[in-house]
Design a protein around this ligand. Structure first.
Ligand SMILES: Cc1cc2nc3c(=O)[nH]c(=O)nc-3n(C[C@H](O)[C@H](O)[C@H](O)COP(=O)(O)OP(=O)(O)OC[C@H]3O[C@@H](n4cnc5c(N)ncnc54)[C@H](O)[C@@H]3O)c2cc1C
Length: 398
C-alpha cells in the first residue's frame, strides 16, 4: 500500500491536515506532504475536495488453494541448547488448534546437537519434530532462518505457523511472511479457529491497549502469528513418540550475509523475566529508587526476579527489561507479588496469567485486587519487612 499527493493539484486547503488522526501531513511550500507519522489509514483521501491524494492498495486475490495447506507448526527457537518456555506454551496452544482442525502438530527446529531434546516434545502431544541440522545453526542467523523456513514452508504447506514474539521471532517472522506473501499477526493474546472456515482468529491489543482487535487472513496461507511469552500455558498431554525428521544442511558461514563475531552476554544475566517462577514487582507506591531496596530484599529472600510497573521504569528506579505489562514483558510465574502497583489495565495484561497473585496496596479499592488471589491492604513499608521476617523464620526452621 502506498500514498502520494499530486502536488500540482493540491491547493493547500488543509482539509487533510484536520482529518488526519496521526499528524501525518504537513503543508510545505504551498502543498501537502505526507510525513513519517502516516499510517496509511486513508482518512485524508476521503476529505480531499479535489482528489489530489492517491492511496494505492494491493489487490487481494483469493486464489490460494487452501485445501493444500495442512498442519500446525511451531517454530522452536533455542539458546545454549535450551528451548525457552514460550516454545512449550506455543506447543500447548498448537495442540489445541491442531485438534480443532483435526490435523497434525509439528515442531520445527533449526539447530545443532539438539538430538536428545527432540523426544521431549512427545510429552506435549507433538506429532512430528522436523530438525534442520547444521553446525552453523547452533546460533541464530537471520537470513539462514528466513531461507530455510521459507523453503520448508513452501514445500510442506502448513496451515498455521506459531512463533514466539521474542527478539528472534520478531526478526524472522515478518521476513518469512513477506517472502511467502502470507498473513502475519504480531503479538497475539488469543488464538482460535473460526467456526466452519478453518480461519485462524488472531486477537491482539490495539490503540494503546484500549481495544482488542481480532484479525483473520482468509485470503492467504499459511496463517502466521507471533505470540508473546507468558500468554498461553504449556500443557503436557498424552505422551506420544513424535516422528523425527532430520534434514541435514551443509551450511558454512559463507552461506550467510552475516557473520557472528562475538556473542556478548547481557550484564547481570539474571534469568529472563518471562522464565521466572517468582516475581516481586514494585510500583509507584514504593516511593523512591532507594525504597526499591525493600523490594529487592523481598525478592532476594524468595529467590525471585525483580519486576516493576512502567512508572518505575520511567522514574529510572528499574531498568527497562524489568517492565511488566503491555509495553513490557508478559509474565506467568507461579507467584507474582505486586507491591504498591495500582493495577492499570496495561499492567494487568502483562501479569494476570500468573498462577498466584499477591497484592500489597494501601488502597482497598485498587484494581490490582480484582486479579489478586490474596490481598494485603496496608502500607508496604510496614507489610514487607514483616513478610521478610516471617519468610526468614520459616527458612530457618527448614
Ligand atoms: C499505551 C500505554 C502503555 C502502557 N504500558 C504499560 C506497561 O507495559 N506496564 C505498566 O505497568 N504500565 C503501563 N502503562 C501505564 C499504566 O497505565 C499505569 O500508569 C501504570 O501501570 C501505573 O503504575 P503504578 O501502578 O506503579 O502507579 P499508580 O497507578 O500511581 O499506583 C500506585 C499504587 O501504589 C499504592 N500505594 C501508594 N503508596 C503505597 C504504600 N506506601 N503502600 C502500599 N501501596 C501504596 C497506591 O494506592 C496505588 O494503587 C501504559 C500506559 C499506556 C497509555
Amino acid at each position: 500500500m502506498s500514498i502520494r499527493i499530486d502536488g500540482e493539484l493540491c491547493t493547500a486547503c488543509e482539509s487533510c491536515i484536520n482529518a488526519c488522526p496521526y499528524g501525518g501531513i504537513e503543508i510545505i511550500e504551498g502543498a501537502a506532504v505526507i510525513t513519517g507519522e502516516c499510517n496509511l489509514c486513508g482518512a485524508c483521501v476521503d476529505v480531499c475536495p479535489i482528489e489530489a491524494i492517491i492511496l494505492e492498495r494491493a489487490e487481494y486475490v483469493d486464489n490460494v488453494d487452501k485445501a493444500k495447506y495442512q498442519g500446525v507448526w511451531v517454530i522452536a527457537e533455542h539458546y545454549k541448547k535450551e528451548f525457552p518456555r514460550v516454545v512449550y506454551q506455543l506447543v500447548g496452544k498448537g495442540r489445541e488448534l491442531a485438534d480443532t482442525l483435526n490435523t497434525e502438530l509439528s515442531v520445527i527446529i533449526l539447530g545443532d546437537k539438539l538430538e536428545e531434546k527432540l523426544d521431549e516434545f512427545g510429552e506435549y502431544g507433538v506429532d512430528e519434530v522436523v530438525y534442520v541440522r547444521s553446525p552453523i545453526l547452533k546460533n541464530y542467523y537471520s537470513d539462514l532462518y528466513v531461507n530455510v523456513l521459507s523453503e520448508l514452508i513452501s514445500q510442506n504447506k502448513p496451515e498455521i505457523i506459531l512463533i514466539g514474539a521474542t527478539p528472534t521471532g520478531r526478526d524472522f517472522a515478518p521476513r518469512v511472511a513477506k517472502r511467502l506473501k502470507a498473513g502475519l499477526t504480531a503479538d497475539c493474546t488469543g488464538l482460535y479457529i473460526e467456526d466452519n472456515t478453518r480461519n485462524l482468529m488472531q486477537t491482539r491489543p490495539t490503540f494503546g491497549g484500549n481495544l482488542m482487535a481480532t484479525i483473520r487472513t482468509p485470503t492467504s496461507r499459511p496463517q502466521m502469528a507471533t505470540v508473546r511469552p507468558g500468554i498461553f500455558k504449556a500443557k503436557k498431554s498424552l505422551k506420544k513418540a513424535p516422528k523425527i525428521r532430520i534434514l541435514e544442511k551443509k551450511f558454512t558461514e559463507r552461506d550467510s550475509v552475516t557473520k557472528i563475531l562475538k556473542i556478548i552476554e547481557k550484564e547481570q544475566q539474571t534469568i529472563n523475566l518471562e522464565d521466572a517462577e517468582i516475581i516481586v514487582a514494585g510500583g509507584r507506591g514504593v516511593g523512591s529508587k532507594e525504597g526499591f531496596e525493600l523490594i529487592r530484599e523481598l525478592a532476594s529472600v524468595l529467590g525471585a526476579e525483580l519486576g516493576g510497573s512502567r512508572v518505575t521504569i520511567e522514574l529510572n528506579w528499574l531498568s527497562q527489561d524489568r517492565q511488566v505489562g503491555q509495553t513490557g514483558k508478559t509474565v506467568s510465574p507461579k507467584l507474582y507479588i505486586a507491591c504498591g502497583i495500582s493495577g492499570a489495565i496495561q499492567h494487568l495484561v502483562g501479569m494476570e496469567n500468573s498462577q498466584i497473585i499477591i497484592a500489597i496496596n494501601k488502597d482497598p479499592h485498587a484494581p490490582i485486587f480484582s486479579v489478586a488471589h490474596y490481598g494485603i491492604v496496608g502500607d508496604l513499608h510496614q507489610v514487607i519487612p514483616a513478610l521478610i521476617d516471617e519468610i526468614k523464620k520459616v527458612k530457618a526452621e527448614d
